[in-house]
Design a protein around this ligand. Sequence first.
Ligand code: NAD
Length: 264
Amino acid sequence: MTTTTNILERFRLDERVALVTGGASGIGRGFAHALGEAGAKVAIVDIDTEAAEVVAQELSDKDIESMVLTIDVTRPEQTRQMVEAVVDRWGTLTIGVNNAGIASWFDAETMPEEEWRKVLALNLDGVFYCAQAEARFMLEAGYGKIINTASMSAHIVNHPQHQAAYNASKAGVLHLTRTLAAEWATRGVRVNSISPGYTRTALVERFIQEPEGAEKYPTWMERTPMGRMAEVDDLVGAVVYLASEASDFTTGHDIVVDGGYTAW
Ligand code: NAD
């Protein structure tokens, strides 16, 4: 990649090709819009094809080129097909945003084994399979940006809800990010993560609409120095930075966007 001198130009993503897993909703949808607005073509990767088509239409309305891929990221062979489909259509893959994830609340001592497996399978295994498939192409090409969605839960233990599987999976994403970054550092592939705090999306709305969640919500706000949840728009600057040439010397790093939560 050539380096231009103009700083705003270095944030532009023209001629870049991105994929965003979990792109049909919430944070992934916001990332897809932001990457597209910065100039990239964007593949919306999700198990929810209908919702992904809606996001693709939103991008198309902004003259952003996009495609929809129905992929379950917990299936390694499907993550390989995901990369093949993007490269077949657009000739390359420069940005892989591995964002699909789920959360659940269980007391650790009674958590069913299948619940632990479900969360780890999507939040950690899925991120690894996607990163591996993306890197196989990017390492060959000699350039690429992998961005994983971790969470502030990788850094702190959320309170008052109990979510051992989620916290462990996100701590895994954080250290996997560092590990892959170190392994691929000399070969042009940067691997970083973004750790959102509580963010207003379907994932969180589902919890706070239940009485158990509504009761916990005030504690979350008391513990957030800025006193509010993040909106998806609060997060998207980080993904454009990490996807762009402006961050080419940054790898193995995590950008925490949490209104100060982890600072307290
Ligand atoms: P969301 O529920 O709005 O979106 C998740 C998307 O992932 C959905 O479109 C869903 O269909 C898709 N998905 C689920 N399983 C999949 C699979 N097997 N393969 C492909 N796609 C699949 O959630 P969100 O709040 O936007 O969360 C996105 C990411 O951000 C997650 O990794 C989450 O852990 C993380 N995060 C969210 C918050 C928050 O407060 N919302 C905070 C920190 C981190």
